[in-house]
Design a protein around this ligand. Sequence first.
Ligand SMILES: NC(=O)c1ccc[n+]([C@@H]2O[C@H](COP(=O)([O-])OP(=O)(O)OC[C@H]3O[C@@H](n4cnc5c(N)ncnc54)[C@H](OP(=O)(O)O)[C@@H]3O)[C@@H](O)[C@H]2O)c1
Length: 259
Amino acid sequence: MSKVIWITGAGRGIGKAIAEAYDQKENTLILSGRTVSDLEKVAEGITTHTFVYPLDVTDELAIVNTVREVIDAHGKVDILVNNAGMSQRSLAAETDTHVGEKIMDVNFFGAVHLTRALLPQFLANDSGDIVVISSLSGKFGFPQRSFYAASKHALHGYFESLDLELSKTNINVLLVCPGRINTDISKHALTSDGKTHGQVDNAQKNGMSAEKCAAKIKTAVERRKKEVYIGNSEVLMIYFKRYIPGLFRFIASRIKPNG
Ligand SMILES: NC(=O)c1ccc[n+]([C@@H]2O[C@H](COP(=O)([O-])OP(=O)(O)OC[C@H]3O[C@@H](n4cnc5c(N)ncnc54)[C@H](OP(=O)(O)O)[C@@H]3O)[C@@H](O)[C@H]2O)c1
C-alpha cells in the first residue's frame, strides 16, 4: 500500500538509512533537515518519489508552514519519523544551561511541535504511525550526557502519554531507543560551551550500522510496537538498570563516555 513517510534529520546517519529502508516504489518520502545539500544527495540515491522540505525543527512557524505545504501537496502523512537530534559531550557541572536548552529545543520540543502540527490530520484519518527516535539515554542517565539524557527521557513522558490518549484510535506511537549506532552524531555533539565535539568517538565507530538500525525500526513500525531497544551488548544496560541496579551503576560510572 502506498505510504507517505516524513523523516526529519534525513540528510545523514540514521535518518538517511531510514529513508533508504523505505525506498519502495509505492512510497512517497518527505526528507527534512537543515542542510539542503545533504538532503538532495540522499534524495538522488532514492528511486521512489522523494521530496526535500528543508526544515529546522526548532522553528515553530516554519513547522506550521511546512506541514501545510506537505499536506497540500501530498494529501496526508502516514508515518512521521521524528529523528532529528543532537548529542552532548560535557560534564553537567561545566555545561552552560543555554547548551541544555538548545538540546531540549531540538530533541524534545522539535519532535513535539512537528507531531502536534500533524496530529489533526492523523486524527482526521484515524490512522498513522508516529515514530520517535529516543535513545538508550531515554531509559537511563549516562556520564557527559546530562541534557541529552534529559531530552530523551522527556520524549518518553510526552509520547507515552500521547499514545495512551490515542488508545482508542488507529494511530500508533513508537519510541525507538538505539544504543551505539555508527554515525557522525558525536562529531556534531555539543560541548560545555556549545561548540561541537568535532570527532567521531570509537564507541560510535564500533556501533551497529545505521542500515541495520533502520531495518529494525521499519520492522517495529510494521509490528506496531510501542518501544524498541536497538544495539549490541549495550542494550543489556536496560535490563541491568531494571533488575540489578547496583551492577548498572558500577558499569555506567566506569564506561568511558567518549569510548
Ligand atoms: N548514533 C547513535 O548512536 C544514536 C543513539 C541513540 C539515539 N540516536 C538518535 O538518533 C537520531 C539521529 O542521530 P544520528 O546518529 O543519525 O546523528 P547525526 O548523523 O548527527 O544526524 C542528526 C540529524 O539531525 C538533523 N538535525 C539536527 N538538528 C536539527 C534541527 N534543528 N532541525 C532539523 N534537523 C536537525 C541533522 O541535519 P542538519 O544538521 O542538516 O539539520 C542530521 O540529519 C537522533 O535523534 C539521535 O539522538 C542516535
